[in-house]
Each structure stands twice: as structure tokens, then as C-alpha cells.
Design a protein around this ligand. Structure first.
Ligand code: FE2
Length: 465
């Protein structure tokens, strides 16, 4: 073993003991740092990557055991205590607080060297375990990120990585291309500091020379360590992630590298999700235009999709269903008849009642609708609500003749909203009904065709309207 690679910090208030240890260790090839108090020891630890601390127990101001505790809270450093016989009990106790070992005065040089080398070996072993765990976590997160399709999930995963894997106190994400800012666990001063200092131009300058920026600042009277990492795409810098640690908890070289890997994964996952969303939105815009075209095919049904959306949302609100479901129903209401694109125009605009053959054709529109909408991942259950929006509780509906609980709630809501709008608007083959007559018809068919709770909610919502 080449001891020259190892850094030992000797802490003792008695000069002659400290100096003699220093000489012994230098002769053996260790790089030695030497101080006469616990406070000075902590300063050295903050600036240097020390492997082992060798400290006396009895010292004024800060004793060796207090120093040991402070070290163990903040640094992955092994500590060996030096003690005279009177404080042997304390030394034995201290091993319980995380000291690697203790050595009693007067000690043999061989003993000292042996204990130091064992402590160094132990530190290396612990570090290997930590590094292995980090590699496993990085591998796990890369697999996870690769399969995410929603922005919220990307951010939730990043929150976990920051808190659990990296043990940082807080972080922020600023995405320049979307004018987006998010922060976790940051106080107002820090947020303001970021806003003032890390705009696109500033970050472009920082990252033109560096992979990342690491610095220590004083914010709100607190010591804050900041690690700033770029989010890059093929086009260049598109965002920035800043990570914070409080107090003396600095970022080591390994920390910086590990953070860089996670931020690259995060950046890539977000880019994937955004491009997927842009693609989906483009597709949705196209089918929305098509849906309007369907309504326009037949001037009698103009505005029908908008009305079904409006009535569906009134029902959802009245029933107190959640926001996520409400969003689903916006799309479901608006797109429920999209499948009519696949039905021949002459059937859709026919001024008379349809004959059996034509009606069979018309009954296929929920299936066409489901096929059109299924590729759009973010629509969730919408394609299924569309598929089942003509099913009836007693099994007399189409396309599958499902009964009661087999029909999803969203489809049952669409069915009520759709039927009411059809009854209260003119058709080429009949006049519109008055709302009160349409309500009577809803009541008459409750239990066989319509769900009783949905009809009740709709009627109650319409009264307030
Ligand atoms: Fe329909």
C-alpha cells in the first residue's frame, strides 16, 4: 500500500505529542495535516478530502468525543481516538458513536500505523459499498425515466432522487425554452437570488466553460452550497438544475459526477415527454378539427359536440367527481361522435329515418371513434367512454349490449348528455322537444336506459343553470 495517497489529520492540543505523531506519519509516507483544536480540525475537513482523523480526547474548548460526533454527522471520515488510561472508558464508549478505534498513550509506532491502515481500508470498503449503491440507483432511475410519459411523473421521480438518493436540502429547475420555474425547499431569498442571477444569458456564459458550477454562498445569513448543472438538448442549453446543501455539507467530485448523470437522465426524460405531448397535441388538434367537420356535415347537429361536452361537465361537477375525471370528460364530450367520420355522409345527412341497413352502419361509429382516439396516450379512458356511449343499462344498447356496471361511468354520463341534446335540438326528421318533456323522457327511461344518479345530478345542475 502506498501511504502517500492517504491524508491523515492529527488533532492534539499538546504540541510535543502532535509533532511527534506528525514526524512518525510523515516518515511512513502519509500526507499529514496537524491542528491543535477541534474547531481548526473542522475547518481542515471542510477544505480537504481527509481519510482518517487521529484526535486526542482531552482538549480544551472542544473535546475529542464532541469532535467525533460533529465529524460523523457531516463527513465520511474514519476517526481514531488517542487516550491516556484515565479516559479509556470514554474511548470504549466512543466506538459506539462511530469511532473506528482508539489507541492508548504511550503507543507503539507499529500499533498506530496498523490501526491507521485498517481504518483507511475500512473507509475504502464503505465507499465502495456507497458507490455500488449509487450505480444501482442510477441504473434503476434510467430504466424508470425511459418509460415515463407524463411531466408530473418525471418531476416526482426527480424529487425522490434529490431527497432520498442524493440527500440534498433543496433544488430548482428552470426551463428557459418553456419559461418554467419550479423549486423545492428553497426560501424566498434563495429563490430571488436564482431569479436575478441564473437567467438564460448568465447560464450560457457559465456553461460555456464548465460542465457545472459549484460554489458556496451566504444567503439569509446561512451558508449554502450550490451546484448548478446544465440541461442540454441537441439544440444546446434548454434549462438548468440547481442543487442546494446547507452548512458544511459540500459537494465532492463524485457528488458532482453523480448529480450530472441524474440531471442528464432528467433532462432527457423531460425532452421525451414534451416531444410526445407536442405530437399528441398536434394529433388532437387534427381530430378536433375533424370533429367540427363531422358536426358541420349535418347542419342539424351543428354544436352538438360542444353541447354534450357542456352537459357532461355539469353532471361531473354536480356529482363532485375529481378534476382529473373532469378533464377526461372535456375530451370525451367533445370527441364522442368523432367516429361518424367513418360513416357515409349520405347516411348522416339523410332527412328521413334510417332503414335497418343504414342504422347498422350508423351503429359502427362508436367503434370507429375508439379506433381513432386509442393511439393518443394522454386521452386515458376517453376512447372507452366513446366506444360505450350508446350502451344502455338493460343491455339494449350498441355496439356490444353491455349491461349496468359493465358500462363505465364516463360512458353513462355521455349517454345522458348526448340523449338530452338530441331530444332538445331540431332534427331533419322531427322537431325539438321542450326541456321539461325531455326531462320526462329521461325519467321514464331511468333504470332501463339511463343511470338514476346521473339523471338526478343532471336535472339538479340544469335547475341552477
Ligand atoms: Fe353517438
Amino acid at each position: 500500500m502506498n501511504e502517500k495517497n492517504y491524508k491523515v489529520l492529527v488533532v492534539d492540543d499538546e504540541d510535543y505529542i502532535r509533532e511527534s505523531i506528525e514526524i512518525i506519519l510523515r516518515t511512513e509516507g502519509f500526507e499529514v495535516f496537524s491542528v491543535n483544536s477541534g474547531f481548526k480540525a473542522l475547518e481542515v475537513l471542510q477544505k480537504n478530502n481527509i481519510d482518517v482523523v487521529l484526535t486526542d480526547i482531552k482538549m480544551p474548548e472542544m473535546d475529542g468525543v464532541t469532535l467525533l460526533r460533529k465529524i460523523k454527522e457531516n463527513y465520511p471520515v474514519e476517526v481514531i481516538l488517542i487516550t491516556g488510561f484515565p479516559s479509556l472508558d470514554t474511548a470504549v464508549e466512543s466506538v459506539k458513536f462511530g469511532a473506528y478505534d482508539y489507541i492508548t498513550k504511550p503507543f507503539k509506532v507499529d500499533d498506530l500505523i496498523n490501526k491507521l491502515l485498517k481504518a483507511i481500508e475500512n473507509k475504502k470498503l464503505k465507499r465502495e459499498v456507497v458507490e455500488l449503491n449509487q450505480i444501482i440507483s442510477i441504473y434503476d432511475s434510467s430504466k424508470y425515466f425511459a418509460n415515463i410519459l407524463h411531466v408530473d411523473e418525471v418531476f416526482n421521480k426527480m424529487d425522490d432522487i434529490i431527497k432520498i438518493n442524493l440527500k440534498d436540502n433543496g433544488y430548482f429547475v428552470r426551463i428557459f425554452t418553456r419559461e418554467y420555474f419550479k423549486s423545492v425547499n428553497l426560501d424566498e431569498t434563495t429563490k430571488r437570488y436564482i431569479f436575478d442571477n441564473f437567467n438564460y444569458k448568465e447560464c450560457l456564459t457559465i456553461f460555456s466553460n464548465l460542465e457545472y458550477l459549484e460554489s458556496c454562498l451566504k444567503l439569509n445569513g446561512k451558508d449554502v452550497n450550490l451546484l448548478l448543472l446544465p440541461m442540454t438538448s441537441r439544440e444546446g442549453l434548454w434549462g438548468v438544475v440547481g442543487v442546494f446543501r446547507d452548512g458544511s455539507n459540500t459537494f465532492s467530485d463524485i457528488d458532482c459526477k453523480v448529480h450530472s448523470i441524474y440531471v442528464d437522465q432528467f433532462s432527457l426524460a423531460l425532452l421525451n415527454v414534451y416531444s410526445f405531448e407536442d405530437l399528441s397535441k398536434g394529433y388532437l388538434e387534427t381530430i378536433t378539427a375533424l370533429s367540427k367537420a363531422v358536426d358541420a356535415k349535418d347542419h342539424y347537429t351543428m354544436g352538438h359536440s360542444e353541447n354534450v361536452k357542456k352537459y357532461s361537465l355539469m353532471i361531473v361537477e354536480e356529482m363532485g367527481l375529481g378534476d382529473e375525471f373532469k378533464e377526461t370528460m372535456v375530451y370525451a364530450g367533445f370527441l364522442h361522435d368523432i367516429g361518424k367520420i367513418g360513416v357515409p355522409t349520405e347516411i348522416i345527412i339523410k332527412p328521413d329515418r334510417l332503414n335497418d341497413k343504414e342504422y347498422e352502419e350508423m351503429k359502427k361509429h362508436p367503434i370507429y371513434g375508439k379506433d381513432i382516439l386509442s393511439p393518443i396516450e394522454f386521452l386515458g379512458d376517453v376512447p372507452y367512454y366513446v366506444l360505450y356511449h350508446h350502451e344502455k343499462l338493460d343491455g339494449s344498447g350498441y355496439p356490444y349490449g353491455l349491461v349496468a356496471d359493465e358500462i363505465p361511468l364516463g360512458a353513462k354520463i355521455l349517454h345522458v348528455a348526448d340523449s338530452y341534446d338530441a331530444m332538445t335540438t331540431d332534427r331533419s326528421y322531427r322537431q325539438r322537444r321542450k326541456p321539461e318533456l325531455a326531462f320526462e323522457e329521461l325519467d321514464r327511461c331511468t333504470g332501463t336506459q339511463f343511470d338514476k344518479d346521473i339523471v338526478a345530478a343532471f336535472k339538479s345542475a340544469m335547475k341552477k343553470f
